[in-house]
Design a protein around this ligand. Structure first.
Ligand code: CMC
Length: 427
């Protein structure tokens, strides 16, 4: 294993140390390159750049592996619970029984929102996209907790993390209930995390709400599958915002804004809408031809890191079947279209050559729709779960003694120095 890389510029050698992780490719440390050689490195979309050191999540995109703190995602999804995974991401180890009880108490203790906070929701138009509401509402949370604004205090950081994980289901459920014109439902702290969220989302005053263990388990598993995903666009946004010392709730609001885009978390909504547009298995060949002609993308396919089957998609597909079986929709026409589309795409050279495989969003939309969520809520559920990853990554950043404000540089290609010309002298 080499310990240094040598860059030759204009005949002069510059050494750059090579860093080794526990898994994954080595990293060439270019931090001193500008000071030593007066050059920047150029990597606009970060395709070859490690933006930080992290111990939280590892992805091997070629092999389709996803580990949280070393544990494979399929084991966590099958055997763990979302709150246990949240503890693992935040603290680095699975909790023992006493640690878990304390953590669960800390989360349920913070599930309520300040009563004044509800006014924020009614300030939005009733047809507002719930992601717009989430971005605004989570940012507004920072106005309510003046007792935890010191990001340099580990205790205050921990309280902020607990508050965020606890309040996201309450906020997300309110965004949903508001958009469908139903009254807000208060959290119940005797219920588990996923069950409480489903109750806050679907119960109405006119009827007693009955939990369904299959739906509760599916919701919990969907949260686990979305909990963290290394240095993706929204996580990097949260780290970047946090690097200035900004309030954590404001940083998470920035992450939610980034997640909304269709190339990222917004893809689950677009994937389902795409299946609805295709409408029938008979229309798939024409649709696939449109993808090859670059008229549109196959949503729910492809990934910057995975060049193999997304391991989350495997679990998601299983969960999808469980939910559809539970509600007696095994013949769901959208599932049929999805499975046929996947079969065709996985055997077509266009997709094989580009290593385009289904990602988590391909089956999550069908599942969430079957659970009763409208399409515009899909990305909200992603944001709810990913908040755990975002805040764990934010916490890790603050625990790094070498933390500095993030400040990328650029390759400037604009006008060179020129003199100002008064408006009456311009041509
Ligand atoms: N459908 C058709 N062609 C595709 C797709 C797709 N979904 N994704 C990539 N390609 C093609 C792309 O046109 C390019 O072809 P060529 O080399 O001939 O120009 C090649 O594959 C490489 O693509 P790329 O754009 O360089 O890949 P990227 O790493 O920049 O993009 C991506 C990754 C996720 C943005 C992209 O695959 C995509 O837009 N997929 C659809 C949206 C989606 O499902 N996003 C959810 C990602 S998983 C959830 C999350 O993490 O947020």
């Amino acid at each position: 294993m080499s310990e240094k890389a040598v860059l030759n510029i204009d005949g002069k050698d510059y050494d750059a140390p090579v860093m080794h992780g526990t898994l994954g490719p080595d990293v060439v440390d270019v931090r001193k390159l500008y000071a030593d050689a007066d050059v920047f490195t150029f990597d606009p979309s970060f395709t070859s750049t490690a933006s930080c050191e992290s111990k939280i999540t590892f992805i091997d995109g070629d092999k389709g592996i996803l580990l949280h703190r070393g544990y494979p995602i399929d084991q966590l999804a099958e055997q763990s619970s979302f709150l246990e995974v949240a503890y693992l991401l935040l603290h680095g180890e699975l909790p023992n029984a006493a640690e878990f009880t304390e953590f669960e108490h800390n989360i349920t203790y913070h599930t309520m929102l300040h009563s004044q906070f509800d006014r924020f929701f009614t300030g939005f138009r009733s047809d507002a996209h719930p992601m717009a509401i989430m971005t605004g509402a989570v940012g507004a949370l920072s106005a309510f907790y003046a007792d935890s604004t010191n990001v340099d205090d580990p205790k205050q950081r921990e309280i902020s993390a607990h508050r965020l994980i606890a309040k996201m289901p309450t906020i997300a459920a309110r965004a949903f209930q508001y958009s469908v014109g139903r009254p807000f439902v208060s959290p119940r702290n005797d219920l588990g995390y996923a069950e409480n969220f489903l109750r806050m989302s679907f119960s109405v005053p006119a009827e007693e709400w009955k939990p369904n263990p299959v739906m509760t388990r599916a919701m919990d598993r969907i949260f686990i599958l979305h909990a963290d995903h290394e240095q993706n666009a929204s996580t990097s946004t949260v780290r970047m915002a946090g690097s200035s010392g900004a309030h954590p709730f404001a940083c998470i609001a920035a992450g939610i804004a980034c997640l909304w885009g269709p190339s990222h978390g917004g893809a689950n909504q677009e994937a389902l809408e795409m299946l609805e547009t295709i409408g029938s298995v008979d229309n798939i060949p024409e649709f696939v031809q449109g993808v090859k002609d670059r008229k549109y993308k196959l949503m729910g396919f492809g990934h910057r890191v995975y060049k193999n089957y997304d391991p989350r998609a495997t679990v998601m597909q299983k969960t999808c079947h469980e939910v559809l079986d539970e509600i007696g929709h095994h013949d769901d026409p959208l599932l049929k279209i999805a499975m046929e589309l996947e079969k065709i795409a996985l055997s077509d050279p266009f997709f094989i050559e580009r290593k385009l495989y289904p990602n988590i969003d391909f089956y999550s939309g069908i599942t969430l729709r079957a659970m009763g969520f409208p399409t515009n809520m899909f990305t909200v559920l992603f944001a709810l779960a990913r908040t755990t990853g975002w805040i764990s990554q934010w916490k890790e950043m603050f625990e790094d003694p070498g933390r500095k404000i993030s400040r990328p540089r650029q390759l400037y290609t604009g006008a060179v120095n020129r003199d100002y010309v008064a408006i009456d002298k311009r041509g």
